[in-house]
Design a protein around this ligand. Structure first.
Ligand SMILES: *[C@@H]1O[C@H](CO)[C@@H](O)[C@H](O)[C@H]1NC(C)=O
Ligand SMILES: *[C@@H]1O[C@H](CO)[C@@H](O)[C@H](O)[C@H]1NC(C)=O
Ligand SMILES: *[C@@H]1O[C@H](CO)[C@@H](O)[C@H](O)[C@H]1NC(C)=O
Ligand SMILES: *[C@@H]1O[C@H](CO)[C@@H](O)[C@H](O)[C@H]1NC(C)=O
Ligand SMILES: *[C@@H]1O[C@H](CO)[C@@H](O)[C@H](O)[C@H]1NC(C)=O
Ligand SMILES: *[C@@H]1O[C@H](CO)[C@@H](O)[C@H](O)[C@H]1NC(C)=O
Ligand SMILES: *[C@@H]1O[C@H](CO)[C@@H](O)[C@H](O)[C@H]1NC(C)=O
Length: 593
C-alpha cells in the first residue's frame, strides 16, 4: 500500500504538464479544499460476511431526498450513498458519515475498518453508510450550480438532509438480515461521523436536532465559523522549523513593504525575481506565496519528507549547512525563495498565461461562469461567501505573519462577486455571526459528542481546541488533542503508526461501544437536559492578558489602489472569454490507499 499526497504536483522532479495543474483549483491563489482524506476501496472489492459475498463497497444507492426542507411540496432529488451490512446484526448501530465538500464516489473506505466508521461498526455489529452531501458530486437538487439553484445550498438544508435520511431511508438489507425500513433512529442507535467541514456538520446537526443521532464523532471539526481566518497559518507557524518561519516572515514583510511603498521599478524587479513578471496585480503576486504553506495541510503521520520540508530546505540549506534557529536573513531568503518560486510557478502554470493561472482579477475567465454540476470548489465557495468565511489571509498588524497582509477578506469578497454575481452585487461579509449563533460554534455542549483535534492542524483555530477558545474535555463531550496528528489524521486506521493516534482510536472504539450499549430505543430526546446541568464552564481565553490578537481582530487596512497603481483596471462582468480547462474542478484530496 502506498500513500499519495494531493500535492505531489508541486514536486519539481515530476514530469511536466502541458497546461496548468492546479490540483483541481480554478486558479492558484485559492486555498486547497479542506476535505477529509480520500480512502478508496478498489472497485471490485466486495466484503464477505460469513462466507457470503456482499455487493462491492463502491456500489451506489439512491435516496429520495427533499429538494427543500422548508417546502417539501417541491419534491425530491436523488442523493447518492454507499452502504454495507458486512458487520451488521439486528439492532446494531448505523454509522453514517459524509465526506462533506467532495464527490463521495472515492470515499468507499469510510465503510470499512480502514477508517473510524468501520472501526466503530465492526465490534458493535453496525452497518456503515457514506452519504454524498447535496450539491457535491452527483447529488444535486437542481442540475446546475447557479446562485438560483443554490437557494437550497445552505448548512440548514444539509443538516436536515442528514436527519431526514436517518428517519426515512430504507436501507437495502437482505430481508433475512433486517427489515431495511425499520432501522430509524428510534429503533437503532445512529452514529454520525465527519471530519473538517463534515466534522463541524456533525456537531451542528447534534445541536439542532439533539436525540436523532445517538452519538457523534467530529475530527478536526471546524465548528466555529470565522470570517478573517488568518489563524489558519498559526499552527503552521508554531510547528514548522524556526529558521524557516523566521526567513518566511522576513520575505513577506519585505515584499509587503516594497509593494506598498516601493517605486514601480523595484516592485517589478521583485515580481520578476519570484518568477511572476506577467502577473499584473501585486497582491496576486504576494498571495501566490501562500502555496508553499498550503502544502502543510496534506501532511500526515506517514508523509515523511514532504513538499513542505523541501521548501524549507531550499531556504535554509546553504552549501550543505542548515541555518540556525534565526535563519539566514533577508538577502539569502529572497534569493533562495525567488529561485524556488520561479521554478514552482513555471511547473505549475506551464503554458497557461500567468494572470490566468495566478491572477484573481479577470472576471471574464470561463471558470467563474461555469455552473455545471460536480465542481467541489464552486459549491464550497458558496458556503464560504455566505455562511462560514474561513478566508486564509495575512495576520493582523503587530503579529508575525507567514502570509502577505495585502491579502485580506476584501480580496476574497471581491471574488465572491465574480463567482456569484446574482447573489453578490458588491463585496459582502459572510454571515458568520448568524452561523455561530444558530449552531453554537465552539460553545457546543452535546452529550456523546466526541471531538478529536490536532496541534499541528491548520484548521485547529476553528475547532473546540482553538488557542482562542480551548474547551475542557468532559466524559459526556470528550475532546482529544493530538500531538502527532495533522488535518483529520485520526480518521484513518493506518495513521495509527503514531502512538497517540492509536490511543485515540482505541479510546474511540471503547467509548462508542459503551455509548451504543446505553441506547434505549425511542428515548433519544431526553438526554440533553441532563447534560446542561453537569457541563462545566468553558475555559475562556482572557483577551486582556493573552499574547494572541483578539479573536475578532480587524484585518490590516490596505490601500490596494496604491499597491496596484499603474496596473490596468480589473475586467468585470461580461461574457466568458475562453473555454475553461477540462476537469479543472476535480478535487485532488489526500489519497490513502
Ligand atoms: C456468522 O455465523 C456464525 C455461525 O452461524 C454466527 O454465530 C455469527 O453470528 C455470524 N456472523 C455474522 C456477522 O452474521
Ligand atoms: C479489519 O477487519 C479485518 C477482518 O475483517 C481484520 O483482519 C483487520 O485486522 C481489521 N483491521 C483493523 C485496523 O481493525
Ligand atoms: C439552474 O437551475 C435553476 C433551478 O432549477 C433554474 O431555475 C435555472 O434556470 C437554471 N439555470 C440555468 C442557467 O440553467
Ligand atoms: C418492513 O417494515 C415496513 C415498515 O414498518 C413494513 O411496512 C413492511 O411490511 C416490513 N416488511 C416485512 C417483510 O416485514
Ligand atoms: C511573459 O510574457 C511575455 C510576453 O507575452 C512572454 O514572452 C514571456 O514568456 C512571459 N513570461 C512568463 C514567465 O510567463
Ligand atoms: C533549519 O532548517 C533545516 C533545513 O530545513 C531543518 O532541518 C532544521 O530543523 C532547522 N533548524 C531549526 C532550528 O529551525
Ligand atoms: C492579568 O494579569 C495580571 C498579572 O499577571 C493579573 O494581575 C490580572 O489580574 C490579570 N487580569 C485578568 C483580567 O485576569
Amino acid at each position: 500500500m502506498k500513500l499519495l499526497t494531493a500535492l505531489t504536483f508541486l514536486s519539481i522532479t515530476i514530469p511536466s504538464f502541458v497546461t496548468a495543474n492546479l490540483g483541481g483549483r480554478p486558479h492558484a491563489n485559492i486555498p486547497p479544499n479542506p476535505a477529509i482524506p480520500m480512502v478508496t476501496m478498489p472497485a471490485d472489492t466486495s466484503p464477505v460476511r460469513n462466507g457470503t459475498v456482499l455487493p462491492p463497497y463502491s456500489t451506489l444507492y439512491y435516496f429520495d431526498q427533499l429538494i427543500d426542507h422548508n417546502k417539501p411540496e417541491l419534491g425530491t432529488f436523488q442523493q447518492r450513498y454507499m452502504f454495507t451490512w458486512e458487520y451488521y446484526q439486528k439492532g446494531g448501530p448505523i454509522v453514517l458519515s459524509t465526506p462533506g465538500e467532495s464527490n463521495a464516489a472515492g470515499f468507499s473506505g469510510y465503510l470499512t475498518n480502514r477508517t473510524i466508521p468501520g472501526l466503530i461498526a465492526q465490534p458493535n455489529n453496525g452497518a456503515t453508510v457514506v452519504l454524498e452531501h447535496r450539491f457535491f458530486g452527483l447529488s444535486n437538487p437542481y442540475q446546475n450550480l447557479s446562485a438560483t439553484a443554490f437557494a437550497v445550498h445552505t448548512i440548514d438544508q444539509a443538516i436536515e438532509d442528514l436527519v431526514y435520511f436517518a428517519r426515512n431511508v430504507h436501507l437495502p438489507f437482505p430481508a433475512e438480515i433486517e427489515n431495511g425500513s425499520q432501522v430509524g433512529p428510534d429503533k437503532n442507535p445512529w452514529i454520525l461521523v465527519g471530519g473538517s467541514y463534515s466534522g463541524a456538520l456533525t456537531s451542528w446537526t447534534m445541536v439542532r436536532h439533539p436525540g436523532v443521532f445517538h452519538a457523534g464523532y467530529s475530527s478536526s471539526g471546524v465548528v466555529q465559523a470565522i470570517n478573517y481566518y488568518w489563524g489558519y497559518f498559526e499552527p503552521i507557524r508554531q510547528n514548522m522549523p524556526r529558521n524557516c518561519s523566521a526567513d518566511v516572515e522576513r520575505v513577506i514583510d519585505y515584499m509587503d513593504h516594497t509593494f506598498k511603498y516601493g517605486k514601480k521599478k523595484d516592485k517589478d524587479a521583485l515580481k520578476a525575481k519570484f518568477g511572476m513578471p506577467n502577473v499584473t496585480h501585486y497582491d496576486d503576486v504576494a498571495g501566490t506565496l501562500r502555496n508553499q504553506l498550503w502544502t502543510w495541510q496534506s501532511l500526515s503521520p506517514l508523509s515523511g519528507g514532504a513538499v513542505f520540508f523541501d521548501f524549507c530546505d531550499a531556504l535554509e540549506m546553504k552549501d550543505g549547512v542548515a541555518a540556525g534557529p534565526r535563519g539566514w536573513g533577508l538577502e539569502h531568503a529572497l534569493d533562495a525563495w525567488g529561485k524556488y518560486e520561479t521554478q514552482y510557478v513555471a511547473t505549475l502554470c506551464q503554458d497557461t498565461p500567468q494572470d490566468e493561472c495566478l491572477g484573481t482579477y479577470d472576471s471574464t475567465l470561463a471558470y467563474w461562469h461555469d455552473i455545471s454540476v460536480d465542481q467541489a470548489y464552486r459549491s464550497w465557495l458558496w458556503f464560504c461567501c455566505n455562511e462560514v468565511g474561513y478566508w486564509q489571509d495575512g495576520a493582523p498588524e503587530g503579529w508575525p505573519s507567514l502570509v502577505t497582509r495585502l491579502v485580506t477578506p476584501q480580496y476574497d469578497y471581491r471574488q465572491c462577486t465574480y463567482w456569484f454575481p446574482e447573489a453578490f452585487s458588491r463585496p459582502t461579509r459572510p454571515k458568520t455571526f448568524i452561523t455561530n449563533a444558530k449552531y453554537d460554534g465552539w460553545n457546543v455542549n452535546e452529550e456523546r459528542l466526541f471531538f478529536v483535534n490536532a496541534k499541528k492542524d491548520p484548521w485547529r483555530e476553528a475547532t473546540v481546541s482553538s488557542d482562542y477558545h480551548p474547551r475542557r474535555s468532559t466524559k459526556k463531550q470528550p475532546i482529544h488533542v493530538l500531538d502527532n496528528g495533522y488535518h483529520c489524521s485520526d480518521l484513518i486506521s493506518r495513521f495509527n503508526v503514531a502512538p497517540d493516534i492509536k490511543a485515540v482510536q482505541d479510546n474511540a472504539v471503547a467509548t462508542f461501544t459503551q455509548w451504543i450499549s446505553e441506547f434505549v430505543p425511542g428515548q433519544g430526546a431526553n438526554a440533553r437536559r441532563a447534560l446542561d446541568a453537569v457541563m462545566p464552564p468553558i475555559e475562556s481565553r482572557d483577551d486582556t492578558n493573552s499574547t494572541l490578537p483578539p479573536a475578532e481582530v480587524e484585518p490590516p487596512a490596505v490601500d490596494l489602489g496604491t499597491v496596484n497603481s499603474g496596473v490596468p483596471e480589473p475586467h468585470t462582468g461580461g461574457a466568458p472569454k475562453h473555454v475553461g480547462r477540462k476537469g479543472a474542478w476535480d478535487v485532488d484530496p489526500v489519497v490513502v490507499n
